[in-house]
Design a binder for this molecule. Structure first.
Ligand SMILES: [Zn+2]
Length: 315
């Protein structure tokens, strides 16, 4: 009996005082049917702990919140928990985002500035334009660590039409994400990998696309291994979410941007169990991360969210 009590107390103190950490990974433009037919052992391992759920992007089809199934609008839905009619990103040019809808990094930096934030990305605009780092309108926030912008280094990564340089950058970015997360355990990180979308545009539904998804799974594995290592060696409790920003057209799997079922349908993999909507909108990810981190959002910010947390209520 005494032993049981001791074990219980130990369990309580570990779960009560474990530091909560979040990493979310976005692999670009991977349709659900492609993901389902390709072997992805790392994603399978993550979902075995939590869930693999059908998801969607694009807002309400035909409604006020309808959002193009284009990359940057999709990322912005993820990081702000709102649809395009609020965040105002309609294309990859990212003309005039509405920063009144705070993203996850602004929430963390404004509410709990001691928390460490990081981004590992094959597209620099994610930090400079979507997050709006350093901008007055974006709250002049600064991430603690950023590893991005390599697509602009055409000496080191010459832009050849086979887009292999993007794969090389994804490799670099995912390796550094794994290394940094294992070493430093940042509180909130975003990993963005692009190659799957480039191959989708080039080859559409093809063996090349399947191979790109297999490679992305290996890259995700680097981050997952780092998360497991942190949990083994530190008193930390990690949430990982992996998702995509849109599907692809039904005709050949090359294009996207419209409101067809295959372009809107996406997926979500997490190590957390939850009470998921079927399907789960991409805008539910942000409130779930906020819940997990126990961030106390100011009411005006919380009230403008389009999404809801999918985390199962703790007893
Ligand atoms: Zn995309």
């Amino acid at each position: 009996m005494k032993h049981i009590f001791l074990v219980f107390t130990l369990f309580l103190s570990i779960t009560l005082f474990a530091q909560k950490k979040v990493v979310f990974v976005l692999i670009d433009g991977v349709p659900t049917d492609v993901l389902e037919r390709v072997e992805t052992p790392y994603l399978d391992e993550i979902s075995a702990k939590g869930a693999f759920v059908e998801a969607y992007v694009g807002g309400e089809k035909g409604g006020e919140s309808e959002t193009p199934t284009i990359s940057a609008p999709g990322y912005m839905c993820l990081i702000t928990g709102t649809w395009g009619n609020k965040h105002n990103v309609w294309g990859n040019g990212v003309k005039n985002p509405n920063y009144d809808y705070w993203n996850i990094f602004r929430m963390v930096e404004e509410i709990e500035p001691n928390k460490e934030t990081a981004i590992f990305s094959t597209w620099e605009d994610n930090r400079t334009k979507l997050i709006g780092e350093g901008l007055d309108e974006g709250g002049k926030i600064k991430l603690d660590y950023s590893f991005d912008g390599f697509e602009k280094d055409t000496i080191r990564f010459p832009h050849k039409p086979d887009r292999k340089f993007i794969l090389d950058i994804d490799e670099l970015v995912s390796k550094e994400a794994g290394r940094y997360i294992a070493a430093e355990g940042p509180d909130v990180s975003w990993v963005y990998l692009e190659y799957t979308d480039d191959i989708g545009h080039k080859f559409g539904d093809s063996p090349q696309m399947d191979e790109a998804v297999r490679l992305a799974d290996v890259q995700i594995g680097r981050i997952w291994e780092a998360v497991k290592q942190r949990e083994e060696n530190h008193n930390e409790d990690w949430m990982i979410v992996v998702t995509t920003d849109h599907g692809r057209n039904a005709k050949d799997g090359k294009g996207h941007g419209g409101q067809s079922d295959r372009e809107r349908k996406t997926w979500l993999v997490t190590n957390q169990k939850g009470d998921f909507k079927q399907p789960t909108p991409i805008v539910d990810i942000l409130p779930s991360m906020v819940d997990f981190l126990e961030l106390k959002l100011p009411d005006p910010i919380r009230n403008q969210l389009d999404g809801e947390s999918f985390l199962r209520l703790q007893e």
